[in-house]
Design a protein around this ligand. Structure first.
Ligand SMILES: Cc1cc2nc3c(=O)[nH]c(=O)nc-3n(C[C@H](O)[C@H](O)[C@H](O)COP(=O)(O)OP(=O)(O)OC[C@H]3O[C@@H](n4cnc5c(N)ncnc54)[C@H](O)[C@@H]3O)c2cc1C
Length: 510
């Protein structure tokens, strides 16, 4: 193929999902000649093109700015937890913020190769309508979600989970429905939750799962398509006739770095989404008139390749509420690794450890659900769950690739073990990683360091604080309310830890 254009930049960001967009904005705001390459024709990745519109994690920095700007224009639904963005306007706002910062955007440009010399990426090669293009830069940020650039550059990566024989988390394709009566659905949910208070814990499940079981008995569904789900409200119409996005149906036994398996997942999801919409319309109050108006153009891959960075952030760190000098984000969310194989639980909210973990909620291993949570091996020791009153920190070192001196990774391909990425992949954290990677890249270029690992991570933390990211105070708002709630931690039917007071109330909003 002929080589077309050549570009010479300070910082190049590969991938324009939420992590890449935040990285591009941040590097450009820090004075770098920055270019972002995105293989699709819009920004936001899974959050927008994948219809994962609910923002989890501790929302600060560029993520907060994006959300507030969208809300000011009527394109976000603000809630204490999981605020939602309208995906089309979400894309446009990221584009506006990148261009205002001075970052160049190349759409329709897929990074396909790179040239590494003396342990540094010299240039990347992308496929585009101009043929092969070459982009030279001082620092590269891999925000492809799949660590594509790190893999091409020969930087060490890992994929999947040993406990699940290398499988990835289950895959779920998002979709959008119009003409939904959200008020009616919420009312039905509230009534169902009241009813559950009169039932023993073994009968507890969500309203949708309950209805799915009914549909299976009636022969309208042949399997449980969604062992759990979230309905994300959109700022459209009125509550009695609005749009929602959902991610509900699961495909199992996934290998998310294999093109044939990815294609199988997509076909499987296409069928399941259509079945699920038919089911919702027939069985779930509020969805009677729903119309499928959007099927994600990006498959709902939760995890694939992750870099092996200067520090591998661990699930133990999350349970232990570990603090780091070079912290770049605070993370108060629980474990959320979606189980790779079928079962009646969606995700595992616990890990196992030989002895109780300080700061975590621990109990000796229970046998009840072990075959579902751990189908290949029964881990013993203790079940460890995140204490909802605490939070951990994520270090800058987990963005720095090893063996390649000028490469950072941000978002769901950062350096973390399987259960840790299962938690810290959420949108607010991915954007915080992007912001830190962009800032760190700029600092590395300005300091003229030979390798990014020479940069002191705590200086990046200090710089982020100057940018208004409150890394020097505990998470506020929703998280503060949970911290101060007077109640006792209890494990729920879906494996969460919730704080309950004497009246049975709890402060969580999913
Ligand atoms: C089903 C599901 C439900 C989820 N639920 C939630 C939730 O409720 N709340 C929450 O906060 N998070 C949730 N998450 C997690 C969250 O959505 C993602 O982890 C996060 O959006 C990842 O962002 P990213 O930028 O790292 O990657 P991605 O969104 O994957 O973006 C990567 C971008 O890079 C581009 N790209 C890839 N390869 C190349 C290449 N070679 N060249 C050029 N461009 C490339 C892609 O087109 C894409 O735009 C969910 C995820 C899934 C799958």
């Amino acid at each position: 193929m002929t080589t077309g254009k050549k570009f010479y930049m300070d910082v190049v960001v590969c991938g324009g999902g939420v992590a890449g967009a935040a990285a591009g904005i941040s590097a450009a705001r820090n004075g770098m000649r920055t270019m972002l390459l995105e293989s699709r024709e819009s920004l936001g990745g899974l959050c927008t093109n994948g219809y994962i519109t609910g923002i989890a994690g501790h929302i600060e920095g560029i993520c907060k700015e994006w959300l507030e700007r969208l809300h000011a224009e009527g394109h976000a639904v603000m809630k204490p937890h999981l605020p939602t963005v309208e995906p089309e306007y979400g894309k446009l706002m990221l584009e506006e913020m990148l261009l205002q910062a001075g970052c160049r955007i190349l759409y329709g440009a897929t990074v396909i190769d790179c040239v590494v010399e003396d342990g540094r990426i010299k240039k990347i090669i992308a496929y585009s309508k101009s043929g092969k293009i070459e982009i030279y830069a001082k620092v590269f940020i891999d925000a492809t979600g799949d660590a594509d650039l790190a893999f091409m550059a020969g930087a060490p990566c890992e994929v999947g989970c040993a406990e699940f024989m290398g499988l990835n988390q289950s895959v779920t394709m998002g979709f959008r429905l119009s003409y939904v009566n959200l008020e009616k659905y919420k009312q039905a949910n509230a009534e169902w939750n009241e009813y559950l208070k009169t039932r023993p814990p073994e009968e507890h499940c969500s309203l949708i799962v309950h209805k799915e079981k009914e549909a299976i008995e009636n022969g309208d569904l042949h399997e449980l398509l969604s062992p759990g789900n979230l309905v994300y409200p959109m700022p459209v119409g009125n509550p009695e006739c609005t749009d929602v996005t959902l991610d509900a149906t699961h495909t199992f036994d996934c290998r998310c770095d294999d093109v044939e398996d990815l294609s199988r997942q997509i076909v499987d999801q296409h069928r399941k989404v259509v079945w699920f919409v038919d089911f919702l319309k027939k069985y779930v109050p509020g969805f009677e008139n729903a119309v499928l108006t959007g099927l994600a153009s990006m498959n709902g891959v939760r995890d694939s390749r992750r870099i092996i960075g200067e520090y591998i952030f661990t699930a133990y760190d999350i349970g232990n509420a570990k603090k780091f000098d070079d912290r770049i984000l605070l993370h108060p969310e629980c474990y959320d690794a979606h189980i790779p194989v079928p079962g009646h639980h969606t995700a595992s909210r616990h890990i196992h450890h030989p002895v109780p973990v300080e700061n975590a909620i621990c109990r000796p291993s229970q046998d009840d659900d072990d075959h579902i949570f751990h189908p290949f091996v029964r881990p013993g020791g203790y079940e460890v769950r995140v204490n909802p009153r605490l939070w951990c920190e994520f270090p800058f070192r987990s963005l720095i690739a090893t063996e390649v001196d000028n490469l950072l990774a941000a978002g769901r391909c950062a350096s973390a073990d399987y259960h840790a990425i299962g938690s810290v992949r959420v949108i607010a954290a991915s954007m915080a990683m992007g912001q830190a990677a962009g800032t760190g890249a700029a600092m590395a270029v300005k300091a003229g360091v030979k390798a990014i690992r020479e940069l002191e991570g705590k200086l990046v933390r200090e710089e982020l604080i100057k940018q208004g990211v409150p890394l020097d105070q505990p998470p506020g708002g929703y998280w503060e309310n949970i911290r101060n709630f007077k109640g006792e931690p209890k494990i729920t039917h879906n494996d969460y830890v919730c704080l309950y007071n004497e009246k049975g109330e709890h402060p969580f909003i999913w």
